[in-house]
Design a protein around this ligand. Structure first.
Ligand code: URA
Length: 217
């Protein structure tokens, strides 16, 4: 599917209840050839009206965060875990997140970003369900050959000013990664050679077990 086809199809989605109360689907915005993808939570009132993610107050702060490391919206791609506004900006529910998952996965296949910035706990949970955001914000992780940076959601800074500095400081890790500094990346991938060794070990154990109970292996 091309990016254009994706946008047309996604805009027609009716797979969950959110579409009934939302004005429109908000698939994503930015450069479809970008190497960096920001994933937020869900469209708010401004996004629902304009059809563009992060175009309201939280978006203004996101743009400030980008500018702090010399990036612009045009350099990145921005989307959300759910692509329709939850009524009254409530948290997205599990079944709504599940219904929207194929859209996010397809978008990732089309854009093929190398670096993901996970804004808030819902985006973090898609890739790292056991993580606690207070422990991992501002850190980078390598998994499946892609780099993930976990950040607080920009809206947090609107409600609690002390988070502004934390988030601007957390952005610096993205600049380091873009500048090729790999030292601060926590590698979660199991190297392929390790997988092979583990498989061989398990096969050997199975062979021993089977020979003990008289099965030919
Ligand atoms: N908050 C989000 O998570 N996404 C938006 O698009 C706007 C606000």
């Amino acid at each position: 599917m091309t990016y254009k086809e994706y946008i047309t199809k996604c805009k027609k989605c009716k797979s969950c209840r959110l579409r009934k109360s939302a004005t429109q689907v908000v698939p994503g915005d930015g450069n479809p050839k970008a190497e960096i993808m920001f994933i937020g939570e869900a469209p708010g009132a401004s996004e629902d009206k304009e059809g563009i993610p992060f175009c309201g107050a939280a978006g203004k702060f996101l743009e400030e965060m980008l500018a702090s490391i010399d990036l612009k919206r045009e350099n990145v791609f921005i989307t959300n875990i759910v692509k329709c506004r939850p009524p009254g900006n409530r948290d997205p529910q599990d079944d709504e997140i599940k219904a929207c998952k194929p859209w996010t996965n397809e978008l990732i296949k089309i854009i093929r970003p190398k670096v993901f910035i996970l804004l808030g706990r819902f985006a973090m949970a898609k890739f790292f369900p056991s993580f606690k955001i207070s422990q991992v914000h501002g850190k980078a992780y390598k998994k499946w050959d892609r780099v993930f940076v976990v950040m607080y959601h920009p809206a947090v800074a609107l409600y609690n000013g002390s988070f502004r500095e934390v988030m601007l400081a957390d952005m610096k890790i993205l600049r380091e990664i873009l500048d090729g500094k790999q030292d601060s990346i926590n590698v979660l991938d199991i190297p392929k050679s390790d997988i092979k060794t583990r498989l061989e070990k398990r096969r050997e154990e199975k062979r021993k077990e089977n020979s003990q109970i008289g099965i030919l292996s």
